[in-house]
Design a protein around this ligand. Structure first.
Ligand code: NAD
Ligand code: TYD
Length: 350
C-alpha cells in the first residue's frame, strides 16, 4: 500500500488528479490536503468522497508545524503538489498571498519531506506541478522547451518560478527524488469561473458582457484537464529523478477566436440566432504585464513516456460546455458570496 499526499486536491486540476488516482489505483491511499480557499471546493469530489482509499484533510501548507506533524502521523510515500494561488489577476492585486502559498508553502512541504524521508529518498517522490508561465512570453514564433530560460512576468509566474527553483535545489543539494512538470492552460469541468473559459461560458449563458482584455490577440495553448491528470500519472510513475517535462496540447488559440467559438457553440446549444452571443463581447482594459503568447513543445513527454492528448479541442470544448450547462447548481454555488465581490472589484473599473 502506497500513501500519497495530494495538495490542492479540492481545486480544479487537483480534483481531477485525486479522482484519477483514487479510481485507478485502489491499492494507493490518497490524502487530499487542501486549505479550501475560495478556489477549493469539496463538491468537486462528491463522486469519490466515500471511497475507502480516499481521505480529506483540511490544512494550510504555509503552516510549517502542521505540515511537519502531518508527515509524522501519515508517513506518506509520495507528494503530488498542486496547492497554489493560481490566478494571475489576483496575483497583481495581492502578490504576497502568492509568495506565501506558492513559495513558502512549497518550501514547507520540501522541508518536511527532507526530514521525514531522510535515508529513503530513492523510495519517496516529490512531484511538483507547475506552469508554462515560468518561461515568460513568446513572440509570434517558437515554443517553450524544457531548456527555455525562466523569465516570469507576473507575480503568479514569479512565485511559481521560485517554487520550481526550490524543488530543483532540494534535488541537487539533498539528493531528494523530485520531478517537475510545466503545463499549458487547462480547461474542463470544475474550473473556477474567474478563468477565461468558464467565465466566458458563464457570462454568455447569463447574457452578461464577456470581458476581453486588450485586443484579444494574446495566445494560449489549451489542454483538456483530464489529459493533464493523465500526464501527471504517467510522469509520476515513469520519470527519472530530477527530470522536468513540459505538458501541452499543441492547441494555440487567440483569445478572441476562442471566445467567438464559444459564442457560436452556445448560440446552437441555447437556441439563439447565430451571432447573438457574440454581441456580448466587450473589450476592456488590458491586464498589466500581459504575456502575449504561450506555446508548449511537449516532444520530450511524447518521445520518452509516450503521452499525447487523448481528445481534440473541439471534443473537449463541447464536453466542457455541456458540463457547465448541466451543472448550473455548481456554478451558482461557486459564484455566490466572496466571488461576487471579487468580480465586482475586478471588472467594475476596467
Ligand atoms: P486552483 O486555484 O483551482 O486550486 C488550487 C487549490 O489549492 C485550491 O483547492 C485551494 O483551496 C488550494 N490551496 C490554495 N492555497 C492553499 C494553501 N495555502 N494550503 C493548502 N491548500 C491551498 O488551481 P488549479 O488551476 O487547479 O492549479 C493547480 C496547480 O496547477 C497549481 O499549482 C497551478 O500553478 C498549476 N497549473 C495550473 C494550470 C491551469 O491552467 N489552471 C496550468 C498549469 C499549471
Ligand atoms: P486566464 O484564464 O486568466 O489564464 P492565464 O492568464 O493564466 O493564461 O486567462 C487566459 C487569457 O484570457 C489571458 O490572455 C487573459 C485573457 N482573459 C480575458 O481576456 N478576459 C478575462 O476576463 C480573463 C479572466 C482572461
Amino acid at each position: 500500500m502506497k500513501k500519497f499526499i495530494i495538495t490542492g486536491g479540492a481545486g480544479f486540476i487537483g480534483s481531477h488528479v485525486v479522482r484519477r488516482f483514487v479510481k485507478n489505483y485502489p491499492d494507493y491511499q490518497i490524502i487530499n490536503l487542501d486549505k479550501l480557499t475560495y478556489a477549493g471546493n469539496l463538491a468537486n469530489l462528491k463522486d469519490i468522497e466515500n471511497a475507502p482509499n480516499y481521505k480529506f484533510i483540511k490544512g494550510d501548507i504555509v503552516d510549517a508545524v502542521f505540515i511537519d506533524e502531518l508527515f509524522a502521523t501519515e508517513q506518506p510515500d509520495a507528494v503530488i503538489h498542486l496547492a497554489a494561488e493560481s490566478h494571475v489577476d489576483r496575483s497583481i492585486v495581492s502578490p504576497l498571498d502568492f509568495v506565501m502559498t506558492n513559495i513558502v508553502g512549497t518550501v514547507n512541504l520540501l522541508n518536511a519531506a527532507r526530514y521525514h524521508w531522510k535515508g529513503e529518498y530513492d523510495s519517496h517522490r516529490f512531484y511538483h506541478v507547475s506552469t508554462d508561465e515560468v518561461y515568460g512570453t513568446l513572440g509570434e514564433h517558437g515554443m517553450f522547451t524544457e531548456e527555455t530560460a525562466y523569465d516570469p512576468h507576473s507575480p503568479y509566474s514569479a512565485s511559481k518560478a521560485g517554487s520550481d527553483h526550490f524543488v530543483r535545489a532540494y534535488q541537487d543539494t539533498y539528493g531528494m527524488n523530485t520531478v517537475i512538470s510545466n503545463c499549458s492552460n487547462n480547461y474542463g469541468s470544475y474550473h473556477f469561473p474567474e478563468k477565461l473559459i468558464p467565465l466566458a461560458i458563464h457570462n454568455i449563458t447569463q447574457n452578461k458582457p464577456v470581458p476581453v482584455y486588450g485586443k484579444g490577440e494574446n495566445v494560449r495553448d489549451w489542454l483538456w484537464v483530464e489529459d493533464h491528470a493523465r500526464a501527471i500519472d504517467v510522469i509520476f510513475h515513469s520519470a527519472a529523478p530530477g527530470t522536468t517535462y513540459n505538458i501541452g496540447g499543441h492547441n494555440e488559440w487567440k483569445n478572441i477566436d476562442l471566445i467567438n467559438l464559444l459564442c457560436s457553440i452556445l448560440d446552437k446549444k441555447l437556441g439563439r440566432a447565430e451571432g447573438e452571443s457574440a454581441k456580448l463581447i466587450t473589450y476592456v482594459t488590458d491586464r498589466a504585464g500581459h504575456d502575449l503568447r504561450y506555446a508548449i513543445d511537449a516532444a520530450r513527454l511524447k518521445n520518452e513516456l509516450g503521452w499525447t492528448p487523448s481528445i481534440t479541442f473541439e471534443e473537449g470544448l463541447e464536453k466542457t460546455v455541456d458540463w457547465y450547462l448541466a451543472n448550473e447548481e455548481w456554478l451558482n454555488d461557486v459564484t455566490s458570496g466572496h466571488y461576487q465581490q471579487y468580480y465586482e472589484d475586478q471588472y467594475s473599473n476596467r
